[in-house]
Structures are given as structure tokens and as C-alpha cells.
Write a protein that binds this ligand. Structure first.
Ligand code: SF4
Length: 385
């Protein structure tokens, strides 16, 4: 395969630097020049740069990405699906239009000759940020002091940093997605009596409950309190410790939204993501991963009405792609959207692609080697089940 001959160049001075860049090139453009252009004025330049890169680059677009960006994606999907598609491709450059942990997952799964870039390094994830590796190590040390750690298997949702995934890899645990969280929990309970589930308490609670675990056998682990805010007895009773984290988009849904939409549209079916709070999931007709939601809508009978509790860009896209259905957002007043995902703009995408055309890689995301191997172990365990 032909090499791009790319050199590393500095990230935008307005963005945090992921990796020390060198050498500094006088010809390197910063994203600031691009941000002066309106959103819709760069389409031709993006398309031209994309065409020049050909098979050497692949553009990944997460389902929650805005339309002005996702229209240029070679593949659309969730983070694991996209990372695996990129790793299986011939591309040398993986341009991930998503958030930071997703680019890290792509870096963990990539082939040795591939590199991953994130158009805006400021595109993080509020949920992933709720579990810092120092907090997780501290929690584990507390469990060791209580002589409980040997009874606990850690599982992390894929929406977490590479260091948390590596922690799970080193401690016999694994990664899960919202599609396979139930399988991951069953796998873990076959090996240990308890699970530390990070970082989304809602996905952990909803999945464990669906597997028949009563709420009394679950406890929240608050990293800001000693022993997660639990007594020894409480921890001994629990089968799952739910890390106190949530998605800022899905946690905004309330049971009242379900009641209201049913009052306004009798007969409507409500489908929500399992990152929503327990009470919302309990009131909904269906709950499942983004992929599950898309498949349910795709298979729905013509004329049926659906209220969808997930990120608004995906819901709007579903409404457009299935005009024979009535698809509406569960919270029509609030319309929660992922503000960090939204940071990936056409301007950032144009900048990244034109820099690649010029032979420069900016905004690389690279997981350190040791961490990468341990995180890969946790991901491989998931893929095996
Ligand atoms: S939707 Fe929620 S979990 Fe997904 S990237 Fe945004 S903040 Fe993170």
C-alpha cells in the first residue's frame, strides 16, 4: 500500500494537544482560519479533499453526529462497529467524527500502519469523564482493604477512556456495549459473585434488572465518598456496584416525558436507550441500543407512531429516512443533543482533510502501548462472548 508520507504537525493552538507534535511546519494551517467560514460554505472543499485522499483515508461518522458532517462519512454506526470497520479497511488514516473515547477505541483496534485522528480534540464525553483512572484505582484499593476485590469483576461500558478499559483488562474484566451488556454481566457473574460496572449507572441498573437482579441487590458507588458511600453490609449484599456516572443526554429523559407523549398521541410506541434512567426504561415499550432502535424503526409497520428517547440528531434522521412512519422525539421541548459530539464541525473536518492532503497529520489520538495491550485484552474478551 502506498504510504502517505505524512509528518506530524501541531494541533490547533486552540485545542488541547493529544500528542507532542513535531516538527512545527510553517505551512501548517490552524483550524482558526477555517472557523471564519460558515458551515455550508466548505462542502465542495471537503468533497475535493476527500476525493484526493481516496482509499488512503476512511471517514467514520457516529450516529449522533450532525448531518453537515455525517454526510461525508464513509461509514455510519456506533463506536465499536465503526472502529472495527476502519481496522478492516485498507485506509492508512482513520478520521473519526465522534468523541475522544471512540477515537481511542479505533486506535486500540487499528492495524499497525493505521493512524487515528479526531477533528476536534475537545470533543470529549461527559460520561467517560465521570470515571477517572485515579478514582477507579482508589475504589479498587478500598475494595482490597475490605477484602472484597477478589470477589469483584470489573466491566466498563465502551463509553470510557482507554485507561479504564486497560484497568478492566488487567483485572480479568471486559468491555461491553449497550448491545451486549447483558451477555457481559452473565459472563462476569459466572466467574465472580460481584461486578463493578462503570461508568454508566443507568445501563448497569437497567441491564441487571432485566436479568432478574432486584434493585436491593444493587448499590451506587460514588467515587467522591469513602467506600463509594456504602457500608460493609451494603457492599456484601450487592451483586453489582454501579459507578455513579451518566450520559448528560440520556439522563435528561424523565418518566413524565413518556406520560406526556402518551397523553398527546394515544397508541404511540415509546422506545428508549438503556442509558436513560430506570423509571423511564420501565415506562417505555422498548429499550435497547442505538442499533436496536434503528432496527425497530426500520421494521415498523407503515403509519405507526414512535417516540424515541435518544440523541436528537439520530431521531431527526430516522424521521426523515422513514417518512411512512410518525417518528418524534420523546422530549420535543428539550430535544437533548450531545454538545461534545457537536464540536466536530464541517470546518474541523475540512481542516483535518486538507492537512492530510498536504501530507500532515494533526490531532492524532494514540493510546500508549502498555495501556493499548491491556485495553485490547478487555475488548477481545468482549468480542469472544
Ligand atoms: S451521547 Fe452521552 S455517552 Fe454519547 S458521547 Fe454524548 S455524552 Fe457521551
Amino acid at each position: 500500500m502506498m504510504a502517505l508520507g505524512i509528518q506530524f504537525s501541531p494541533a490547533s493552538p486552540t485545542q488541547p494537544v493529544e500528542r507532542q507534535a513535531s516538527p512545527v511546519s510553517a505551512a501548517c494551517a490552524t483550524v482558526d482560519n477555517y472557523l471564519l467560514h460558515p458551515d455550508d460554505s466548505l462542502h465542495e472543499r471537503i468533497a475535493a479533499a476527500r476525493a484526493r485522499l481516496g482509499e488512503r483515508a476512511i471517514i467514520l461518522g457516529h450516529h449522533y453526529q450532525r448531518d453537515e458532517v455525517v454526510r461525508f462519512a464513509d461509514c455510519r454506526g456506533d463506536s465499536l462497529q465503526l472502529s472495527r470497520q476502519a481496522a478492516a479497511s485498507r485506509a492508512e488514516m482513520i478520521v473519526f467524527c465522534g468523541v475522544h473515547f471512540m477515537a481511542q477505541s479505533a486506535d486500540i483496534l487499528r492495524q499497525p500502519h493505521q493512524r487515528v485522528v479526531l477533528p476536534d480534540l475537545g470533543a470529549g464525553c461527559s460520561m467517560a469523564d465521570m470515571a477517572e483512572i485515579s478514582e477507579v484505582e482508589d475504589a479498587w484499593a478500598q475494595l482490597e482493604r475490605l477484602r472484597l476485590a477478589d470477589e469483584v469483576l470489573p466491566i466498563t461500558y465502551i463509553n470510557s477512556s482507554a485507561s479504564i478499559k486497560a484497568f478492566c483488562g488487567r483485572h480479568g474484566g471486559l468491555v461491553c456495549t449497550s448491545s451486549n451488556a447483558a451477555r457481559a454481566l452473565r459472563w462476569a457473574w459466572q466467574r465472580k459473585p460481584r461486578v463493578l460496572f462503570m461508568p454508566d449507572q443507568h445501563l448497569g441498573r437497567n441491564t441487571a434488572y432485566a436479568l432478574g437482579v432486584p434493585l436491593e441487590a444493587m448499590t451506587v458507588w460514588d467515587p467522591r465518598q469513602d467506600y463509594g458511600g456504602n457500608s460493609w453490609e451494603r457492599l456484601r449484599q450487592a451483586r453489582i456496584f454501579l459507578w455513579k456516572g451518566h450520559c448528560s443526554v440520556h439522563a435528561r429523559f424523565r418518566p413524565e416525558h413518556v406520560e406526556e407523549v402518551r397523553r398527546r398521541f394515544p397508541g404511540i410506541r415509546v422506545i428508549v436507550h438503556p442509558e436513560c434512567p430506570f423509571e423511564v426504561v420501565q415506562k417505555a415499550d422498548f429499550s435497547g441500543s442505538t442499533d436496536f432502535i434503528i432496527r425497530q424503526i426500520a421494521a415498523a409497520a407503515a403509519g405507526s407512531e414512535w417516540a424515541v428517547g435518544t440523541e436528537v440528531h439520530l431521531v431527526n434522521r430516522l424521521a426523515r429516512e422513514y417518512p411512512h412512519l410518525a417518528v418524534r422525539h420523546l422530549d420535543s421541548a428539550g430535544c437533548p443533543w450531545c454538545s461534545t459530539m457537536f464540536r466536530i464541525s464541517p470546518q474541523h473536518l475540512c481542516w483535518i482533510l486538507e492537512e492530510l492532503v498536504a501530507g500532515r497529520i494533526v490531532n492524532t489520538v494514540e493510546v500508549p502501548a502498555g495501556e493499548r495491550e491491556a485495553a485490547r485484552l478487555a475488548l477481545d474478551r468482549m468480542l469472544e462472548i
